[in-house]
Design a protein around this ligand. Sequence first.
Ligand code: FES
Length: 622
Amino acid sequence: MPALPAPERATSLVNALEDIPVEPHPDRVRLRFLQSGEDRAVKEARVLAGTTIFDAASWNGVAIDSTCGGHGTCKKCKVKVVSGHAELSAVDPRAFSIEELKSGWRLACRAPAQEDLTIEVPPLQTRPKAALAGVGRHVILRPAVQKRYVELDEATLTDQVSDLERLLAAMDDIEPRVSLDVVRGLGGTLRRSNWKVTAVLVDDLLIDVEPGDTTGSRHALAFDLGTTTVVATLLDLETGQPKAVQSILNAQQPFGADVISRISATMLDEGALRMLQDRAHETLQQLTTEVCTEAGVDPADVHEIVVTGNVTMIQLALGIDPEPLSMAPFTITARRLPEAKATDFGVQVHERAPAVLFPALGAYVGPDIVAGVLATGLTLDRRVRLFIDVGTNSEIVLGSSAKALATAAPAGPAFEAAQIRCGMRAAEGAIEGVKIRDGEIELTVIGDVTAVGLCGSGLVDAVAELVGAGLLDHSGRFVLEASDRFGKVGEENVFYLSDDVFLSQRDVRELQFAKASIATGWTILCNDLGVEPGEISQVLLGGSFGSYLTPASAVRIGLVPKLPLARIVAAGNVAGEGAKIVALSVTERAAANAILDEVEYVELSGRTDFNDLFIDQLRFPG
Ligand code: FES
């Protein structure tokens, strides 16, 4: 790479590059990450316009060099934008020569993706002692999985110390627990490997003794077991970097789209719990095979798994009766579950690999939210921040390092677009973005094909734009005389977004109830915490749906407090990020457990102020 320019040349370099045209940008953009020197896409990602290339890469398991955690100070996150344009940041001219800047080199953490881009990512130069995970969290690597290579003296007639004592004496600074399974094969392993072996420890548990020196290979798997989507990340514990990320639909789908229908299934059919457990195991195992194959890692070299998900998903996967979760007083079987193994989740990795679980605050503020709080660092920060995981059941956490409160707001299926007339999942053909400019409608459709339906983010955009254009009044009623796009389907008034896709008055009502439920939740938390919504420093929208919401639309419909848009950020799959963090650091694992004592759960059912606040929040502020 050519020599780096001096800082004082920054201004002239920026001027020299001013003529690079900037296209108008859609709300969502597609990024293709290429390994340097190869011309094949290794990963594609769709993110909100404005997300930095660094964040988009990190969320999708593409490793980019960094030692500053994305704060723009280490200048290691160099990438080359080979198609599309990423604007220059003030720091770029200090990191690159003018030729490099002109050929597309940028610092990934300073480069917001405003349009579709193809990005060449150089191989990692550093072997970091820390990894960036979660929302800008800089995690110092301290995995529970440790390896010790030892060379032992061969047993002789004059040295008849037992095999196990001989091994433990070589690691006399620790006193591991040893399982019988490890002892079974120990004698053979020591003798076959000429007394040179590697002890594999997870925390204080000796789970294996491997022949030779295998200290360079340590892996863990982090799962986010969602109701709809399940995500697996295979982590290299030596570098802290993901080696592969895959997601698939939860195979429990045929039993119902949401947790209540799956719990109901277990109440109607006594064999259903077993079937749901099997489906969860199949899903996790399929992902395990996929990520290990993609990364070329033997599953037996994965020594620990971390699993997060909502309480129902975790209980179903472990075969724990979920019925009490579905009826008052909504009790959970255990806020902290006993120790589990990967095999308890049907995951075939190292046969004695433990499974690490997160605690739960309540039946509906579960391990996924504890993982999300860890990933956002909400309880570590002095600023008051609001984290909302938007979904059928929306979880809300508000607070800072001083105090934090959490609650769950039942939002119904509007965001999943399940009960929307033209609703569909965020898949090819779904309208995911809507803009109304000068009376003209611009649609962003996944896959750039003809629109066939409307997904959750498209629904929020459509309603927000209709409010903005005066086609929907603040009470949520269509202003029928204001556009010739209004029509009727049966008896119902609808607004046509395209020839085939429309928004009905009932759809608007569904969204209105969902957003009012969430807004009531954060209003109650603000009141209980004694903060005004305007004092909130940052709103983090998480989860597979929240991360795709357009901040302006979220404000316009009143889903989030009315704050400057820069304070509203997409946080990505924070539950999955929390699981990664826990795999990378035992210190963070302790922090995750402490969240149970640091965050107070607020139950909304039975609150006398709920109804009045809910009715106030039904309006669209516009
Ligand atoms: S990650 Fe350090 S400068 Fe971008």
